[in-house]
Design a protein around this ligand. Sequence first.
Ligand code: V47
Ligand code: SF4
Length: 363
Amino acid sequence: MKISFLDERLESIYSKVKQGSRLSKEDGMCIYGTPDLIGLGIIANHVRCNLHGKKAFYVYNQHLNYTNICKNRCRFCAYAKDDGEKGSYVWSMAEIEKRLMERIDEPVAELHIVGGLNENLNFDYFIDLLKTVKRIRPKASIKAFTCVEIDYLSNLSGLSLEETVRQLKAAGLDMMPGGGAEVLNTRVHDALFPKKIGHDRWFEIVRTVHKAGIKTNATMLYGHIETLEERVDHLISLRELQDETHGFSAFIPLAFHSQNTQLSHLPPTTAMDDLKNVAAARLMLDNFPHIKAYWVMIGESLAQVALNFGADDLDGTIIEERITHTAGAKSAKGLTQAQMEGMIRSAGFEPVLRDSFYNRVSK
Ligand code: V47
Ligand code: SF4
């Protein structure tokens, strides 16, 4: 079908996409720069439908944020506290068990577990954490720890990266979430999260983890000080790494929330930018199977729209999201299965309940 785009630069992007040709850095800049949001949506939706038809995935998951004490104190983070600060916490195994038992009658298929870099915890805590979760939820997958935590655990244990990952896997680690990458760029790193691992180390850890047979997701935190070019470079670096390892499962654009952070003067991201980030991800990351619209960060309504802009997954029910809500997110803290399905159906898509590896789960 011949489409006349408002921005004629989109014509060459559409023809490349139809031929299955890879988009260039210039195409990426055009995607972010175009005012033709609907044209962009048509192209991203074309790719999304070729890959997944009208399916829209979601998972029945539960988040466990085991501690908010973190030595890094990134400037964009509202969640972290110092040890002893009002509101700081760390969960004992008994507390973790209690939280899992509160939901034991629900069909939770994935536990999403991340936390701060808390110097009071030793490596055994993390092994116990994984074993406790596996004991209580033997059928669920554990998606835990970002590359930042893996680096920390390797230093804490004195073990090599490979051995750290091997021991975590043996204790129950099935997959890793995509957080921690933020923007893979030295300027942004030094300005906003100087104590966090840099992008070279992040790549090294991803390579090690993928080699160990553990799939991971990838993210990009956008809407703060990063330039459009830095976003495009981030996507291209991930695409190159995926060519090498094939270990990424989903990409999730994360919209920055500034409340209670050191960047609280920054305005919220716009719907236009949120949708462009979803479309840019779908179009630039031609070797990523899935793009998630994370409803927690962009809100339930825009997440529905994002299903038409390249996203094929809405993440999950979540149950008690903490990280974005401490930074002012207005979305719900969790959704029921019926609410997730309702959102997907009313957006014109077919809900598919999945496990962590995108296998269909029967209800
Ligand atoms: O790494 C921190 C981001 C991430 C803020 O892999 C913030 O399936 C917005 O990675 N405003 C954690 N974002 C969340 C994450 C994630 C979420 C859902 C699914 C998956 C997955 C991964 O949240 C952090 C950081 O990039 N973050 N502070 C903030 N103020
Ligand atoms: Fe710590 Fe992660 Fe927050 Fe940075 S983003 S301060 S590493 S919890």
